[in-house]
Design a protein. Structure first.
Length: 435
């Protein structure tokens, strides 16, 4: 088995399984160095990619059209690959337990189309042990091959940050791991083809899995801390942003800001770790406390919108609220696990009418995920405006432009991430609130 030689000579291919925010940038990067098969079970997505339409906005339409990727939804095409990277979602269910369904299904597909001598690398976020204890047996069962003899496996946690144009695949150190020294060497060499920042060779697959899951758990806990500070300082009538600005003058103060924690990483990954910990008989206190705080921030924001309406002498029931932004973070089209939706649902509980707009979100995806439609251009004057997501299109808005959205004698502006200057907003007559 000499995967690198086969790839360099063009007699073998790299297959990327799962072409979302992680898989598509990988496929485009590798296509500049080797033959690449891009596989996804979503046939409509494959058709869009074949036409050069990037639904993720991660590589751009031009970057996609310039690539030589062979896009397919036919599992048989995977048989051509000597190096297979699996980058499918690993979500949680309604009880916050890991949903391994996608990675199990994908392992079955890959196993049924696995050639001798291939290396299979998982990038999906999982708790330690999934690659070797869950996925490996499926690969062997479906392929009839023996791991370590006929094929090998590894794990390399994804570090894609959707919407980030600075920290990209090529300039982020890549953690890699393999089942043995030989596979580790091959896996490291393959990723070094596209990762200019270099690779870090983890001592085991389980270490690499654990490293990934704690990266986002750490961020989750730190954001939960400043979210809790925001709740405390709000009761003290102290502006949290002003406190953080003052504290950040200390050289080792960590720069975190309060906000909604959604998406398919920070708001999900910690549950993979806590699930495994509880399975081992340990109840994680700090991680779950952070999750509880962050999961309740949408409700907390909605409650404060209601309070601002009352302060503005606006009847709550039947009030109209414009919510600007619904994706889980700025400048991305991804609406999965958006905590803005928690605000919408909570406001509906108060009998408030909401109008949600977003320049990046796909109307069908919002409807499919959450059952409500994005508002069109015919939005009546509203009683409150909520700046929920700091999209680039919103960063140039003026306070006057927000005023044009409000009904006569209404002044509520809820600026979740502090896009506007508080003093200027209050001087302009707004009833202004932020986390």
């Amino acid at each position: 088995m000499n995967v690198i030689k086969e790839l360099n000579e063009g007699v073998a291919s790299i297959a990327i399984i799962g072409l979302g925010y992680v898989g598509l940038p990988l496929a485009v990067a590798f296509s500049k160095k080797a033959r690449v098969i891009g596989f996804d079970i979503n046939k409509e997505k494959i058709k869009l990619y074949q036409r050069g339409t990037d639904v993720t906005n991660e590589v751009g339409h031009e970057g996609l059209r310039d690539s030589s990727i062979y896009f397919t939804s036919n599992p048989d095409d995977i048989r051509q690959a000597s190096f297979i990277i699996i980058a499918v979602p690993t979500p949680i269910d309604q009880h916050n337990n890991p949903d391994l369904g996608p990675i199990i299904e994908t392992s079955c597909i890959v196993g049924q189309n696995l050639r001798k001598g291939a290396i299979v690398v998982y990038e999906s976020t999982v708790y330690p042990g999934v690659t070797e204890e869950v996925c490996l047996p499926i690969l062997q069962r479906e392929s009839g091959l023996v791991c370590g003899v006929d094929f090998k496996i590894g794990y390399s946690p994804e570090r894609i940050n959707p919407g980030d144009k600075i920290h990209r695949l090529e300039n982020i150190t890549k953690v890699v791991s393999g089942m043995d020294e030989e596979s580790l060497g091959y896996i490291a060499e393959v990723y070094e083809m596209v990762v200019e920042a270099g690779v870090y060779r983890a001592p085991s697959i389980r270490v690499a899995e654990a490293a990934k899951v704690i990266e986002n758990a750490q961020r989750d806990i730190n954001i939960a801390f400043v979210n809790e500070l925001s709740i405390i300082f709000n009761r003290m009538s102290i502006d949290t942003c002003e406190v953080l600005q003052a504290a950040s003058t200390k050289w080792n103060f960590l720069q975190f800001t309060p906000g909604l924690v959604g998406g398919h990483c920070i708001g999900v990954d910690p549950y993979y770790l806590t699930y495994k910990a509880e399975e081992m008989g340990y109840h994680p206190e700090v991680i779950l406390a952070g999750r509880r705080i962050n999961d309740n921030m949408g409700k907390y924001v909605a409650e404060n919108i209601v309070k601002q309406l009352i302060k503005d002498n606006c009847p709550v029931k039947g009030a109209k609220v414009l919510i600007m932004g619904v994706t889980f973070k700025e400048n991305v089209p991804d609406v999965r696990n958006s905590k803005v939706v928690d605000i919408v649902r909570e406001l509906h509980e108060y009998g408030i009418d909401t109008y949600v707009i977003d320049p990046h979100a796909d109307e069908y995806e919002v409807w499919k995920e959450y059952g409500f439609e994005l508002a069109g251009n015919d939005i009546p004057p509203v009683d409150a405006v909520v700046m929920a997501v700091n999209h680039k299109e919103y960063t140039t808005l003026s306070l006057d432009s927000i005023r044009q959205r409000l009904a006569c004698d209404r002044n509520v502006l809820v600026d979740i991430k502090g896009l506007f200057n508080k003093s200027e907003a209050e001087a302009s007559g707004y009833s202004y609130w932020r986390l």
